[in-house]
Design a protein around this ligand. Structure first.
Ligand SMILES: NC(=O)c1ccc[n+]([C@@H]2O[C@H](COP(=O)([O-])OP(=O)(O)OC[C@H]3O[C@@H](n4cnc5c(N)ncnc54)[C@H](O)[C@@H]3O)[C@@H](O)[C@H]2O)c1
Length: 426
């Protein structure tokens, strides 16, 4: 099958794409790299860098039998601060995709929905038939997409499957040449396991939000599933796509683990201590969120095969592989000057990092981001009619400048060098 994977340079999408390739499918990835990483695109996939809105019709017209649609903005907090970004970025772009599918005649679609559509459920485990009460624009946008898929199935014979993921965790290993670990690299990271591993390696405390919940140890209980199991569910869902019928499945393990239990497993797997800071509850965090996955088990024969320890162990392998790759890059860069420049019609990102002087410059009609970091002098400059962001950081002198008629942000941060801090202009 020729499968278009939107968001295939992201965490879950890259693993889905790798599994599709391993199963012998042809894969095209469409991703704008807004939160994804080009080095996560699995070998063998055809990669198109672009936004759904601008490129999806053309990419579909090139030939596709099915779509796995993961591309989305997915930060709950950000969605509360900037709801339009989520309604437009998630619902709006999905409408563009669905219209293109309708016109071109592609029917099968597997959609990444979420537990956030249920909001704060009245009971657990949560069933697919339970009320949808999203408490954020993120959850709202995913709920609206689920509703749209139901309508497109009824009105146009679309063949959609929605998978409502609970907490996805772990990393996936691709064997063979060009393989390696695919894992979670969100910025900012909001998920517990990668944050716990980062706290462990950096020797800083981890915030635990709420220790007075009505749970056995007072911390929130969540349902975790391994990303490899999630990818497996997508392959089964693709086979189950049926014109005119919208199938909806929860993806969870039917078991919950508390925040303290997860931290304990991470301590065990890494052999490192994790200091904990007890913080207040976050608004809207339910005490327990566990999925019933009876429906997908009965209808598609899917069951999770990897436990919490495997998730933490694989995420730890990925973290270590990333650290090794970063060390190799730094060694290859050498102590000289590092320069990066980006300019183009879309978003332009430039990042320079190295032990010597680091210079980054970005400019273009879209958003321009420049970041420079290193122990030597760090200079970052962003300029353009769109939003311009520049950030320079390091113990040496740091200079950041952002300029243009759009929103401008410049930040320079320096450590204990006699030359610090550098000026920040905008
Ligand atoms: N990670 C979880 O635990 C979890 C839980 C529930 C649901 N989900 C959903 O799963 C999907 C994947 O999540 P993830 O954790 O892999 O996120 P991610 O940010 O790593 O991946 C999303 C990818 O989509 C791309 N993208 C975003 N908007 C785009 C656009 N308009 N055009 C083209 N590409 C675009 C990004 O660059 C990124 O590569 C999302 O839809 C998310 O809402 C994730």
């Amino acid at each position: 099958m020729r499968v278009l994977v939107t968001g295939g340079a992201g965490y879950i999408g890259s693993v889905v794409a790798a599994q599709l390739l391993a199963a012998g499918h042809e894969v095209t990835i469409l991703d704008d790299l807004s939160t994804g990483h080009s080095d996560a695109v699995p070998q063998g996939a055809h990669f198109v860098k672009g936004t759904l809105r601008d490129c999806v019709a053309e990419v579909l017209a090139d030939g596709a039998d099915a779509v796995v649609h993961l591309a989305a903005k997915s930060l709950v907090g950000e969605s509360m601060a900037d709801p339009s970004k989520y309604w437009s970025g998630n619902l709006g772009t999905t409408l563009t995709l669905l219209e293109a599918m309708r016109v071109i005649g592609v029917r099968s679609i597997v959609f990444s929905s979420t537990a956030a559509v249920y909001g704060e459920p009245e009971r657990t485990p949560v069933l697919e038939t339970d009320p949808l009460r999203p408490t954020s624009p993120y959850g709202g946008s995913k709920t609206a997409i689920d509703t749209t898929l139901t309508e497109f199935a009824r009105l146009f014979g679309l063949a959609p499957v929605s998978l409502r993921y609970f907490n996805v965790a772990g990393a996936h290993h691709v064997a063979g040449e060009g393989g390696g670990w695919l894992g979670e690299r969100h910025h900012p990271e909001t998920h517990l396991i990668p944050n716990t591993l980062a706290a462990a390696t950096q020797g800083r405390p981890l915030n635990v939000f709420g220790t007075d919940y009505p749970t056995p140890d007072g911390t929130c209980v969540r349902d975790y599933i391994h990303v490899t199991d999630v990818a497996d569910a997508h392959l089964r869902a693709l086979d189950a796509c049926e014109p005119g019928r919208h199938r909806i499945y929860n993806l969870g393990s039917q078991a919950g683990f508390s925040v303290r239990e997860v931290i304990e497993v991470c301590r065990d797997v890494t052999g490192l201590d994790v200091a904990v800071t007890e913080a207040a509850r976050r608004p809207g965090d339910p005490a327990v969120l566990v999925a019933s996955s009876e429906r997908i088990k009965a209808e598609l024969g899917w069951t999770p095969t990897r436990d919490l320890r495997a998730m933490a162990a694989d995420a730890w392998q990925f973290t270590q592989a990333q650290a090794r790759a970063q060390a190799d890059r730094a060694a290859a860069e050498g102590p000289g000057q590092s320069n990066a420049a980006a300019e183009g019609p879309g978003q332009s990102n430039a990042a320079a990092e190295g032990p010597g002087q680091s210079n980054a410059a970005a400019g273009g009609p879209g958003q321009s981001n420049a970041a420079a970091e290193g122990p030597g002098q760090s200079n970052a400059a962003a300029e353009g009619p769109g939003q311009s962001n520049a950030a320079a950081e390091g113990p040496g002198q740091s200079n950041a400048a952002a300029e243009g008629p759009g929103k401008t942000n410049a930040a320079s941060e320096a450590g204990p060098s006699p030359k610090a801090p550098g000026p920040a202009t905008s």
